[in-house]
Design a protein around this ligand. Structure first.
Ligand code: GLU
Length: 266
């Protein structure tokens, strides 16, 4: 795992199922621990950007809706409510550890349009220069149809690319990529390292994840592929204990490492 050991700028992505309970309410203990670990890494000199999901899921919980709305306006509305709650708590938790957060709500166009890409890149660089911690989500209240990333795994890979990250860490509710579905096959083993994301590797990923998130393993593999092509290694690991990120950056084997295609010169 030496790929991660010298990482000076990292992007961490956290999913809805890691951030929330089944009730749709925020897992405060975990969110606070994540803020503590990332703040500590920042204090040690590592630059960190966080890509967070949870706007829709938390909005659903806060509004007391029985389930995630099936219609777009319903999801948009839930996202506006949940995003406030998310940022309120991130700001509070990171603030407790002496850190300043900056919110970036982005759409696909921000990455695809040359001018907007440049503006977004500049905003990230300025936040790093100011010592603030960028927190990114898709702008779910306006990102509909063709402008939608849809899952924050791909978004996190594009963020890793735009900030020139040394590593992308995707926190999930499973330990990484398995040789088979561990819920169905007791012989399933965790794959520690993937040199290249081939069709055989893609075939190992099942469909979508939980009812609260939109991802699942396939979107993580797509994200890892985007990152790998930009020379950025990705680790998919369990986010249950955010302190595992320390172990990972210390060079321990945690989760599944997806190797970068070209090594970055750091
Ligand atoms: N942007 C969505 C949200 O914050 C999450 C997308 C995803 O689950 O990857 O609710």
């Amino acid at each position: 795992m030496s790929d991660l050991k010298n990482a000076k700028r990292i992007v961490v992505k956290v999913g809805t199922s890691t951030l929330t309970y089944d009730t749709g309410k925020i897992n405060i203990r975990r969110m606070s621990k994540l803020a503590q670990v990332l703040s500590d890494l920042k204090n040690s000199g590592t630059e960190v950007a966080l890509v967070t999901s949870g706007a829709i899921g938390v909005g659903v919980g806060k509004l007391g809706l029985k389930e995630r709305p099936k219609d777009t306006p319903g999801r948009q509305a839930a996202a506006t409510v949940g995003q406030c709650e998310l940022m309120f708590l991130y700001d509070k938790f990171f603030g407790e550890y002496g850190n300043i957060t900056g919110q970036l709500l982005v759409t696909k166009d921000d990455f695809e349009d040359e001018e907007r890409h440049k503006n977004l890149h500049n905003a990230f660089m300025k936040l790093f220069e100011y010592g603030a911690l960028p927190i990114v989500n898709e702008n779910d209240s306006v990102a509909v149809d063709e402008i939608v990333f849809g899952d924050n795994d791909s978004l996190s890979a594009h963020v890793a690319e735009i900030v020139g990250a040394d590593a992308l860490i995707i926190l999930s509710d499973i330990d990484g990529l398995f040789s088979a579905n561990p819920a169905e096959d007791e012989n399933a083993v965790l794959i520690r390292c993937v040199e290249s994301i081939t069709d055989d590797i893609l075939a190992l990923a099942g469909g979508s994840g939980t009812s609260r998130g939109t991802g699942g393993m396939i979107t993580k593999l797509h994200a890892a592929k985007i990152a790998a092509e930009s020379g950025i290694p990705t680790v998919v690991m369990n986010g249950a204990d955010p302190e595992d990120i320390y172990k990972l950056l210390d060079g321990r084997q945690i989760g599944t490492l997806f190797k970068a295609k070209r090594r970055q010169s750091t």
